[in-house]
Design a binder for this molecule. Structure first.
Ligand SMILES: Cc1cc2nc3c(=O)[nH]c(=O)nc-3n(C[C@H](O)[C@H](O)[C@H](O)COP(=O)(O)O)c2cc1C
Length: 174
């Protein structure tokens, strides 16, 4: 099914596997300056509205050490792009090399960035969400449950929680 803004809300997203199993690229910044990274965590849902009028949002979780979170702290928009299976190796590369060390890391992949208004997506994506950042919060070490504080956050590299209102969707599912 080809998605447009009028039918994306009724599409059946496989939210428990689309991030966890498929992975995605989260791209922050403008066509002039942007950075992208692989994400395996993300949520979709609604917030901040009367019943049936909640804003449709995607929330991503980017550690403060990521170059992408630096850029997103200063950006109004981000995109979340999903890809066909043939690009998994490229997502592996973008999820292991940092733009801090390898500024042109996209050139190590088969992926082609493209402008989407002020945001940036990819030609090869089969499903792309353009999101307007509406909330940013850095996790608080003292609020984290012990089982992650002592494991995932032992080094103090906390996640920023970026919530984005979905402004545009392109591509297809199923
Ligand atoms: C499958 C996979 C999923 C990942 N998910 C996340 C994530 O949800 N949040 C995060 O902060 N890092 C995640 N990472 C790690 C970043 O993608 C990785 O550190 C990347 O190099 C950061 O790039 P940057 O510094 O250019 O932003 C993931 C990596 C992989 C391979």
């Amino acid at each position: 099914m080809q998605l447009h803004m009028d039918n994306f809300a009724s599409a059946k997203y496989d939210v428990f596997s689309m991030f966890n199993d498929r992975w995605a690229l989260c791209t922050a910044g403008t066509p002039g300056e942007f950075n992208t990274m692989t994400i395996g965590w993300g949520t979709m849902g609604t917030i901040w509205g009367a019943p049936r009028r909640g804003k449709q949002v995607i929330t991503v979780f980017l550690r403060e050490s990521r170059r992408t979170s630096d850029i997103l702290l200063q950006s109004d928009h981000f995109t979340v792009c999903f890809f066909p299976e043939e690009y998994r190796k490229d997502l592996g590369i973008l999820g292991s090399k940092s733009g801090r060390d390898v500024p042109d890391k996209i050139s190590l992949t088969k992926l082609t960035p493209k402008p989407l208004g002020d945001a940036v997506g990819f030609e090869e994506a089969d499903l792309t969400f353009v999101c307007k950042k509406i909330y940013t919060h850095k996790m608080l070490l003292e609020e984290l449950p012990e089982f992650v504080r002592d494991t995932l956050y032992k080094d103090g590299d906390l996640h920023y929680i970026f919530m984005g209102e979905i402004e545009d969707v392109s591509g297809s599912i199923g």
